[in-house]
Design a protein around this ligand. Structure first.
Ligand code: FRU
Length: 464
């Protein structure tokens, strides 16, 4: 190990000494995955291998604002309810990833894993625009024999290997196995500022050749991050997180978007995963029986913040794991069935309980629920509105979904809330920092509320 590599490990170990202090934070969630300390963004390397679920994530242990090393953190566990934190999995510690071990994916292989990710490198010696010059994106591979300790880093594609019509923004490999070998999608920004996906194929998962570049016939944002490609019910879905699509009343309400194309890749066929304030860069995986999605319950470059958790030494969380199903050509999302195991006793609406599930049935048009003093959900005939009533939204205001909601399942977890409408036809994810948690319902709906118990997370594993 070089001196620099040892230094990075010492810095991470020092930052993680604060895990027990951070754990005391008032706004820590009870059944969502969060960074044990510091910053989290995209879910990475999601997979189920050898009976273990792996949830890696973009992790900056040194700062709740994301400064310092950008690495991969690692949670693993047998059942989506009991987790062990394994510390930093990938350090940005080589010349190919010195400025960040950026997002990517994992595939089970034998007893272990293959991990593909982007090695981000920034040149800092002159004034670059960091779009057409000044940065490198290396597509990297690491193998793990046991799913926990990682082997050598291997560079598969360098900046010079990508097609010339692209800017330097190319990243986030999502690799899948196909009957022919391997397929990899990468997100990118074409010259002229158009979002696109690069599709590569390979027989051995090491030597990749470009198969095609996929983009919409008319410009649909300037950059597509975190692509994903999967088949469900005989149909193929290409998922992307586009940046720079103009706001609309029911779509693209947040700074950036995340969604999927059903059929041909064009704007009309794009559907967003989530209409809330805090959802971005999701990833899916197949666990042998179903397709599961985790999103980042956060969003970059927003006019609102999470200052209350930053003050506690951490920021951001992942969504609940959501099972994806297909109905009438649309994808529906519901928390995986395992979450029901966390459901405790039924409680009264007025109870001041900060981790709960609220189930609404027979919702009449005009019905309204209020969560604490903070947030109101309004069910109208043709739309559903999520509205902050106080500063508990830290600058968050209003979001809408075009839907006639007849039922809803609402998962409140201290400072994150996920609202699933009509069995997951539309979802809102938001962060919130309320004073109170009692619920009020008016205007016609049947409400049942249950306490949610916490999942378990072990963080006492020594960093290797
Ligand atoms: C998405 C993203 C990815 C990148 C990662 C860096 O949120 O910008 O494109 O790999 O975050 O943390």
């Amino acid at each position: 190990m070089t001196k620099e590599q040892a230094e990075l490990r010492a810095r991470a170990a020092k930052a993680q000494e604060r895990i027990s202090v951070t754990a005391e934070g008032r706004y820590r969630c009870k059944y969502h995955l969060m960074p044990p300390v510091g910053w989290m963004n995209d879910p990475n390397g999601l997979c189920c291998a050898n009976g273990l679920y792996h949830v890696f994530f973009q992790y900056a242990p040194e700062s709740a604002d994301g400064a310092g090393m950008r690495s991969w953190g690692h949670y693993a566990g047998p059942d989506l309810l009991h987790w062990t934190f394994y510390g930093v999995a990938i350090y940005p510690d080589t010349e190919w990833d010195a400025d960040g071990a950026y997002s990517g994916s994992a595939l089970p292989e034998g007893e272990g894993l293959r991990i593909y990710y982007t090695g981000n490198v920034k040149h800092k010696d002159k004034a670059y625009d960091y779009i057409s010059d000044g940065r490198e994106s290396n597509t990297m591979l690491i193998r793990s024999e046991d799913g926990i300790s990682l082997g050598e880093k291997q560079v598969l594609l360098r900046t010079a290997d990508y097609p010339k019509e692209f800017t330097r923004h190319i990243r986030d490999p999502k690799v899948t196995r196909t009957p022919q070998g391997y397929k990899m999608v990468l997100g990118g920004r074409l010259r002229g500022d158009t979002g696109a996906v690069l599709v590569y194929v390979s027989q051995d998962g090491i030597q990749f050749s470009l198969q095609e570049v996929v983009t919409a016939p008319e410009k649909f944002g300037y950059m597509w991050e975190c692509p994903d490609l999967f088949e469900l019910g005989g149909e193929e879905f290409l998922c992307v997180s586009p940046q720079g699509v103009p706001h609309e009343r029911y779509k693209f309400q947040s700074t950036y978007s995340s969604g999927y194309f059903c059929g041909e890749v064009k704007a009309e066929n794009y559907r967003e995963w989530d209409c809330g304030f805090d959802f971005y860069a999701p990833q899916t995986f197949w666990d042998g029986k179903r397709r599961i999605l985790y999103g980042w319950a956060g969003m970059p470059d927003v006019p609102y913040d999470n200052a209350p958790t930053v003050a506690e030494g951490w920021q951001h969380a992942l969504t609940l794991p959501r099972e994806i199903t297909k109905k009438d050509g649309k994808l529906f999302q519901m928390p995986v069935r395992e979450m029901e195991e966390l459901r405790g006793e039924e409680i009264a609406l007025r109870d001041e309980c900060s981790a709960y599930e609220l189930d609404l049935e027979k919702i009449a048009a005009g019905a309204k629920v209020r969560l604490g003093e903070a947030l109101e959900i309004l069910f109208q005939k043709e739309e559903c509105v999520l509205r902050f009533l106080t500063q508990a939204g830290r600058g968050r205001t209003e979001r809408r979904a075009k839907i006639c909601a007849k039922k809803a399942r609402i998962f409140m977890d201290v400072s994150v809330c996920e609202v699933y409408l009509n069995d997951g036809e539309s979802v809102f994810t938001t962060r919130l920092y309320p004073e109170r948690y009692a619920v009020e319902a008016e205007g016609g709906c049947e409400a049942k509320r249950y306490r949610m118990n916490g999942h378990t997370v072990r963080t006492d594993i020594r960093q290797q």
